[in-house]
Design a protein around this ligand. Structure first.
Ligand SMILES: *[C@@H]1O[C@H](CO)[C@@H](O)[C@H](O)[C@H]1NC(C)=O
Ligand SMILES: *[C@@H]1O[C@H](CO)[C@@H](O)[C@H](O)[C@H]1NC(C)=O
Ligand SMILES: *[C@@H]1O[C@H](CO)[C@@H](O)[C@H](O)[C@H]1NC(C)=O
Ligand SMILES: CC(=O)N[C@H]1CO[C@H](CO)[C@@H](O)[C@@H]1O
Length: 473
């Protein structure tokens, strides 16, 4: 039975672009529990807490005279919660395989047309990293990562005591508050027209080469994807950052660029000079990276509103041949990001979408966004998470990661910090990218950067063969 509450709410422009006939993006979030799952506790949490976070979780998108609106409907939990049955009595390693196959399957599944756009999957079997896993699949039109993370922080408790979680913020951290700037790519001040124009010209004229990480085919978002992840210690990253006088973000980006180039070179020597662009998803809210309590976010006049406030920032990935020292990747990332920071490219790109939308409607804006994503090689999306251990309905959370779905790219990278660790997840096209090899390249890239940091300040010019054959698993 459908019913109206206070009349319908219009779907935001970005929300409309994120769900059209050309683009339908979702976010997949995984919470790894320390203890076995008590299903009834999770169900009570979903009913009493989750559904109350935002009216969007109990609304469907309807088309009224060509404008999309959110219409309230009654939610039956059992339509949204899935509890798969795997064979019993298997080893955690076998359950890992079941779990990964299950994720690959739900990624490709469509939402039922007449139900709110979210699903929860309760995986009760112990995998090698958790006693149980909880998977959220949320349509991107409902909100962005910032909205969902704020919701998570506001409605979960600390695992060690009943206090609410501390909201991570730039101000909260020591040393001038750099940790928040992991995700602070853009500043609102000082624009450089030159940079902006430069970004634009290549952005609209060129597309990346076909490489071992980019097939360039149409419809890759409908092909099976594998989700895998690795964990790094935030302390080690901070060690590098301090020695290099860079930000955590510079170190992560540098390592990711380096790893991606190593992987490409291992797969095909000639791809080492290929042009490669990463699109970095950025939060366009006024205060980047800081979280506000959910009560403030859902207020109608909120400065940090619920919904989709994001844009893609293009970053050209450096080539292996440009450098002889792994640290140069970090320095280059730092330079690129600094340049971007002083330009309004991101701001203008989001405006650009608005303009396109006016000319060709939401479908046109969606097509533009789809084309931009498809022309580049991969996407990086990062989130800052809590430093304290959180618990959901008395289930302490050991680890957390997420993935962005529905992107027309063969490689999607996400980064989230939690409890002094950094979790990097890779969404890789099955059959095109070897996730184990990619992870090995990431580990090696990071190790080489860490080792090179030890040699500071005596930097030596390394042998040009240094980057060869470093991703053996
Ligand atoms: C699950 O939690 C409920 C309380 O919500 C409790 O009554 C029940 O005993 C728990 N089940 C197990 C197996 O621990
Ligand atoms: C993507 O690349 C194609 C081919 O080079 C180009 O025609 C198109 O305009 C590009 N799209 C965007 C949004 O840059
Ligand atoms: C570190 O970087 C900051 C900002 O780029 C700069 O102002 C400062 O002088 C640098 N410190 C050193 C020791 O290089
Ligand atoms: C989940 C989803 O894709 N929902 C809708 C998005 O928009 C298209 C076209 O406008 C609809 O057909 C879908 O039902």
């Amino acid at each position: 039975m459908e019913y109206e509450v206070h009349g319908n709410e219009p779907v935001s422009p970005t929300g409309q672009c994120l769900n059209s006939s050309v683009l339908s993006m979702s976010i997949l979030g995984v919470l790894e529990f320390e203890i076995p799952i008590n299903e009834s506790k999770i169900l009570s949490f979903l009913q009493d807490v989750f559904l109350n976070i935002s009216p969007r979780f109990s609304s469907i998108m309807v088309d009224i005279n060509g404008e999309k609106q959110w219409k309230r409907v009654e939610v039956k939990l059992r339509d949204h919660v899935h509890v798969p049955i795997f064979p019993s009595g298997m080893s955690p390693k076998s359950y890992d395989d079941h779990f990964h196959d299950y994720i690959s399957n739900i990624i490709l599944e469509q939402y039922p047309k007449d139900k709110p756009l979210w699903e929860v999957h309760i995986i009760k079997y112990p995998t090698s990293s958790a006693a149980g896993n909880l998977i959220f699949k949320l349509h991107h039109a409902l909100g962005d990562g910032y909205s969902f993370m704020s919701a998570l922080l506001s409605c979960l408790q600390r695992a060690d005591n009943p206090l609410p979680l501390t909201l991570p913020s730039r101000q909260g951290s020591q040393r001038g508050g750099d940790s928040g700037s992991i995700f602070r790519w853009v500043s609102e001040t000082s624009a450089s027209v030159f940079d902006t124009l430069k970004d634009f010209s290549w952005n609209s004229l060129f597309q990346d080469d076909r490489t071992p990480i980019r097939s360039g085919n149409y419809g890759v978002e409908f092909l099976p994807m594998t989700v895998s992840s690795i964990t790094f210690s935030l302390d080690e990253i901070k060690l590098i950052k301090t020695k290099l006088n860079a930000t955590v973000n510079d170190v992560i980006s540098g390592a990711l660029f380096f790893a991606t180039r190593l992987y490409m070179q291992e797969k095909s020597q000639k791809s080492s000079t290929a042009s490669c662009t990463a699109l970095v998803l950025v939060n366009t809210r006024i205060t980047h990276g800081d979280y506000k309590p959910i009560k403030e976010i859902i207020k109608p006049d909120s400065e940090m509103p619920w919904g989709n406030r994001m844009a893609f920032m293009p970053v050209t990935m450096p080539k292996l041949t440009e450098f002889s020292n792994p640290l140069d990747f970090v320095f280059k990332a730092q330079k690129l990001i600094k340049r971007k920071r002083s330009s309004f490219a991101v701001y203008i790109n989001s405006k650009m979408s608005e303009i396109v939308k006016k000319i060709r409607g939401y479908e046109g804006a969606s097509r533009y966004m789809h084309s931009r994503l498809k022309n580049s090689s991969f996407m990086i999306s990062n989130m800052i998470g809590p430093t304290e251990q959180m618990a959901l309905a008395d289930h302490p959370v050991r680890g957390v990661y997420f993935m962005v779905l529905g992107i027309p790219q063969d490689l999607i990278i996400t980064v989230v910090s939690y409890m002094g660790k950094l979790r990097i997840a890779f969404g890789t096209q099955k059959g095109l990218i070897d996730p184990e090899k990619f992870k090995a390249c990431m580990e090696n890239a990071f190790k080489m950067i860490l080792e090179a940091t030890d040699n500071i300040p005596t930097q030596t010019v390394a042998d040009p063969g240094i980057f060869q054959g470093r991703c053996n698993i």
